[in-house]
Ligand binder design. Structure first.
Ligand SMILES: Nc1ncnc2c1ncn2[C@@H]1O[C@H](COP(=O)(O)OP(=O)(O)O)[C@@H](O)[C@H]1O
Ligand SMILES: [Mg+2]
Length: 620
């Protein structure tokens, strides 16, 4: 029971399994969202070496620093190895067969100092390298996110994406910071120790080397098992973050419906699941340490026994055995340390996989080769028999045709879910259509560069989004080079000026995240002002003033009419009063335009519009 609930919540918040409502259709497989679909249906795990190779590309341009760290690593290994070799002459000196102890001690001290300094240098260098690599990775990820199609965001949980940004990149950094140093210095130390072992005694070295394969097998087991487990651990963390994010954003709804207990319960399901997966992944990692320890102890004992035999039978020097015992210890140590780092390696690999999944998701389809940039746009917009749906096989719009001209106001009316917002989002190519064509000034919008298309279209979306910053900054987002005066003028047209003036800091009032300190209607006024500021010849307003009272809406209408008298305006209306003066009213129902004409004509016909007008049918 609990198991299924965990699964359900996980799927909900990470999108880790394909959803019933979004079958893998040809549109998603070949269209702009192709890669994304595979991301959510659990892309095939990549091999560790593929991931590592790709991570290494983030170290490009660090060549001289990498060379420096290799040098420092060698210096560190050499100095510490030679320092430990000093045991041989010194033990022999004490045993009375060698020379000066003092000289030996001084040399040993100097070597250990050199080893310490070079290790410090190595850590510092690796730290900078890893921080730069992380910065580059974050930059790539953010840049990628700006290029992903809206379909990607329709299906992903913000919390899970955040988790990829923060936790997964962190775990990669962690590995680069510490594990990489240990890995490389460990390997260098092991190679050096092995060489010295063979130089000291081939027989003993052979005995010690016989244990290497055992340790390697143990190590391999852990990385393989560990990676699977870390992958599900990170996914569980993503789900947890998704839930937290949604709960923060939706606190009001939680409180309004008294769903605190439910939220706590669901959270604890995800929380427990994360804990379980953490324990599972860390438990493999904690198994390896004792395992490699055991192997290294066995090899230690074997070397000691064979060493004593050698002294007794072959007249091998005692110092030689002493130094060898030390080597045997040292030889096992990097392996132990490495296996201790395996959890960080495994979690970094799992993290990298999740980051690369986003990096590999298909971006918005590239502009067609030779994409056109409109020099001066007249703003004539035509839909020619357009069909479209969000999901393959489930059309939302059928055969939509209309024409909107400069200086005219085209209005859409229709009940909720009729497809009005969908029509509006096709114009700036938020989604690509299935059939038919949309033209701007007679040019198919798919032949235009996206930048040129979107520059010429100002959209006021149904759900307003403002960002942290002053009101001035928020409005100026519509045209970055607008002067303060222009911002004020646009605000006046949007009927926002009066209320902004009344705020404590006027235009310099700071907005909280998404304008939480304003009323919904005020937020809409600001986004209308933002669009009014843009010089785009086509303005699309999707129920832009739905939370504004009727009188204010009329004022906005008048203001915009002044400002947009020579532009193309498309209005999706929530009040019939705001469409009566439209040059063309299109009545939509279930993805089709069922009536069209001016107010007078439509009102006199016995049709849907008349029903709406008489209040016999509901408007959106
Ligand atoms: N992002 C989306 N993914 C899948 N279906 C969607 C999406 N947005 C809207 N729809 C569906 O498209 C239909 C039309 O929605 P919409 O255009 O928003 O209607 P309106 O704006 O007229 O109320 C609805 O049935 C809705 O379920
Ligand atoms: Mg809508």
């Amino acid at each position: 029971m609990e198991e299924t609930q965990t699964k359900r919540l996980q799927e909900k918040y990470t999108g880790s399994a394909p959803r019933a409502s979004s079958p893998k259709g040809p549109l998603l497989a070949h269209g702009p969202g192709g890669g994304m679909q595979s991301r959510f249906s659990g892309a095939k795990p990549k091999s560790a070496s593929q991931i590592i190779r790709r991570l290494l590309t983030y170290l490009q341009g660090e060549r001289k620093w990498l060379v420096l760290s290799v040098f420092l690593m060698l210096a560190h290994s050499l100095s510490s190895l030679s320092a430990s070799y000093m045991i041989r002459p010194m033990v022999n000196a004490i045993a009375g067969t060698g020379e000066s102890i003092v000289l030996g001690l001084c040399l040993m001290g100097a070597l250990y100092l050199a080893s310490m300094l070079s290790f410090y240098g190595l850590s510092r260098t690796m730290l900078s390298i890893s921080q730069r690599a992380q910065t580059r990775l974050r930059k790539d990820l953010f840049e990628k996110m700006q290029r992903l199609p809206l379909e990607f965001y329709d299906k992903s949980s913000a919390g899970d994406l955040m988790s990829r940004f923060v936790n997964d990149i962190d775990s990669i950094g962690e590995m680069l910071n510490t594990a990489a140093i240990q890995l490389f210095s460990g390997l260098a130390a092991m190679a050096g120790t092995l060489a010295l072992m063979y130089a000291t005694s081939v027989i003993l070295a052979l005995v010690a080397s016989a244990f290497i394969p055992l340790s390697l097998i143990a190590l391999k087991l852990v990385t393989d098992k560990g990676r699977d487990r870390y992958r599900s651990q990170q996914a569980a963390l993503g789900a947890l973050n998704g839930y937290i994010e949604e709960s923060i954003a939706g606190q009001k709804a939680v409180k309004a419906f008294c769903r605190e207990e439910l939220a706590i319960e669901e959270f604890s399901v995800l929380n427990t699941d994360y804990k379980k997966k953490q324990v599972r992944s860390h438990s493999v990692a904690s198994l390896i340490m004792p395992l490699t320890n055991l192997v290294s102890n066995l090899s230690y004992v074997a070397v000691a026994c064979v060493g004593v035999l050698l002294v007794a039978l072959r007249n091998f020097d005692v110092g030689g055995v002493a130094v060898f015992m030390n080597y045997a210890r040292q030889f096992g140590r990097p392996l132990n340390e490495l296996s201790g780092q395996m959890n960080s390696v495994a979690s970094a690999l799992a993290g990298a996989e999740r980051v690369f999944e986003v990096l590999d998701a298909s971006p918005e389809m590239a502009d067609a080769p030779g994409a056109i940039t409109l020099k001066s746009c007249q703003g004539r917009l035509d839909f020619h028999s357009v069909s479209f749906g969000y999901i393959q096989g489930r059309p939302i719009l059928n055969n939509i045709s209309f024409s909107a001209r400069k200086g005219e106001k085209t209005a859409f009316v229709g009940s909720t879910g009729a497809g009005k917002t969908t029509v509006a989002s096709l114009v700036p190519r938020f989604y690509d259509i299935w059939e038919g064509s949309i033209t701007l000034d007679g040019v198919d919008i798919r032949k235009l560069s996206r930048a040129s298309l979107r520059e010429n279209i100002a959209v006021i979306l149904q759900d307003t989004r403002l960002s942290t910053g002053t009101i001035m900054e928020n409005i100026r987002y519509g045209r970055l080079d607008a002067t303060d005066e222009e911002v004020v003028e646009a605000s006046k047209a949007a009927n926002a000026h009066a209320f902004i003036e009344r705020l404590k800091d006027g235009y310099f009032t700071m907005l909280d995240k998404d304008g939480g300190n304003l009323s919904q209607g005020q937020r809409q006024l600001i986004s209308i002002a933002r669009a009014a500021l843009s010089k785009a010849p086509v303005l699309i307003m999707d129920e832009a003033a739905s939370s504004v009272d009727a009188r204010s809406e009329r004022l906005i209408e008048e203001g915009l009419k002044r400002l947009f008298s020579d532009r193309t305006t498309i209005v999706i209306a929530h009040r019939l009063s705001s469409v009566m003066d439209a040059d063309m009213i299109l009545v939509m129902e279930q993805g089709e335009i069922i009536e069209r004409g001016r107010h007078e004509t439509l009102a006199s016909q016995d049709g849907r519009y008349q029903q709406l007008l008489c209040g016999k049918a509901e408007l959106a």
